[in-house]
Write a protein that binds this ligand. Structure first.
Ligand code: SF4
Ligand code: SF4
Length: 404
């Protein structure tokens, strides 16, 4: 079933009979392909900036470079299915294209039941919702409102596994502690009070269920009317029960399970409990990049800015021990004392900061376009970062050079 706005857009596309291009051959592009083809619209091609995709195809549809689009008629309908929400329409406009659409307007409200594109239905729903939020965020940024896409809430530095390449740097903690939940609750209250909306709180650690009081945080987060989803990240080593399970029985909750094979020893009982209690969940097989080492490398500012711009977690604000950071690596690296940080890269909520002053500090952190100090110590997290085997366990914490 298509939503009214989506149906009107599809009718317009059909009426012109012009070529149809999906700009972005990632998950959103594939979902958009289904939304169009299931309504009888033929997709001419995908287009994508990533050189390794050029000349390949997905579901029989060719993936072309942006430059190749110059060969198409200028009345082609181009759907923006990537994160270049306003820069790419401008580039396409400069090329003479006039029918440029946001995929969000195609996908919002569509029922994806039966979409056979190799993705879990819960994943499709979240992916579409996040893309729609991202588009709204970009539109709203122009109107001065403040909407956050993700906010990581760290409830513990401890984990039930000891992955030597954990990108949240758990392998460096020698004496991991649970977060002070009074400090955390107060900081979250002030953040929510000072912004307009947040799409997704992400509760994590380490392993969040290691903290026996994590349900207090979960209950607090799901209660905010301006928060849409609360996602719990777990490695399937602990099955929640009692108050923890009760906290998960909320329509805003999604439990995001990483299946680490033999290490995720409670996977099946966990799935069973979540299913029996009607709790939305999904299971992922991990794919890791080499992004879990603290290693200072001297690089030009332009190289670091490029790393930051392409990083897949550069918009995940992270709240750790009363301080708000721009990414999880910056948060944990600073918390460990392994890297310096400037005042502009952190919002300190251990003091009385609140209201408008807090809002403008969060806005400045969230809209930052240049690299963080932490990027100098990071191997990057993008499509160019080498892939590694996930979840290799270490017996002891890794050694750390302190800079503080
Ligand atoms: S990557 Fe491994 S060590 Fe890090 S939080 Fe996940 S399970 Fe724990
Ligand atoms: S430090 Fe920079 S490159 Fe590394 S994860 Fe954070 S934003 Fe990305």
């Amino acid at each position: 079933m298509t939503a009214p706005d989506s149906a009107a857009l599809i009718s317009r596309v059909k009426a012109t009979g012009a070529p149809v291009v999906l700009f972005g051959a990632g998950d959103v592009g594939k979902i958009a392909w289904w939304a169009l083809t299931s309504q009888g619209v033929e997709v001419t091609c995908f287009s994508d900036g990533r050189a390794e995709k050029h000349g390949t195809s997905w579901s029989g549809v060719e993936i072309r470079s942006p430059e190749q689009l110059a060969a198409l008629s200028r009345d082609a309908h181009v759907f923006i299915c990537a994160n270049y929400l306003f820069s790419m329409p401008k580039t396409l406009g400069d090329m003479g294209f006039t029918n440029i659409h946001h995929a969000a307007d195609l996908l919002d409200g569509v029922d994806f039941t039966g979409a056979d594109i190799g993705m879990d239905p819960v994943f499709i729903e979240r992916k579409v919702a996040l893309h729609v939020r991202e588009t709204h965020k970009a539109r709203e940024e122009r109107e001065n409102s403040l909407v956050l896409k993700y906010l990581d809430v760290v409830v513990t530095e401890a984990c039930s596994m000891k992955c030597q390449d954990c990108s949240n740097l758990m392998q460096y903690y020698t004496k991991p502690r649970h977060s002070d939940l009074d400090l955390l609750g107060d900081a979250v209250d002030r953040i929510v009070d000072s912004i307009d909306r947040i799409y997704e709180f992400r509760v994590l650690g380490g392993e969040p269920f290691v903290n026996p009081k994590a349900h207090r945080v979960i209950n607090q987060l799901t209660a905010y009317p301006t928060v849409e989803k609360v996602v719990i990240y777990t490695n399937a080593t602990i099955v929640p029960k009692g108050e923890m399970l009760e906290a998960l029985r909320n329509p805003k909750i999604v439990v995001d399970i990483t299946n680490y094979g033999q290490h995720s020893r409670k996977l099946e009982p966990l799935r069973e409990v979540l299913t029996d209690n009607g709790i939305d969940h999904l299971v992922k097989i991990p794919e890791w990049t080499d992004s879990g080492r603290i290693n200072f490398v001297e690089r030009d500012a332009a190289v670091l800015d490029d790393m930051f711009a392409n990083c897949c977690v550069n918009d995940i604000l992270t709240l750790l021990n009363g301080k708000l950071y721009r990414c999880p690596f910056s948060a944990n690296g600073t918390n460990l004392g392994a890297m310096p940080i400037t005042d502009a890269e952190v919002v300190d909520l251990t003091g009385p900061l609140s209201g408008l002053e807090l809002r403008e500090r969060i806005r400045a952190l969230y809209s930052r376009r240049t690299h963080l100090t932490a990027c100098e110590y990071c191997n990057g997290r993008d499509y160019r970062t080498p892939k590694i085997d996930p979840a290799i366990q270490t017996r002891r914490p890794l050694p750390l050079v302190s800079v503080t």
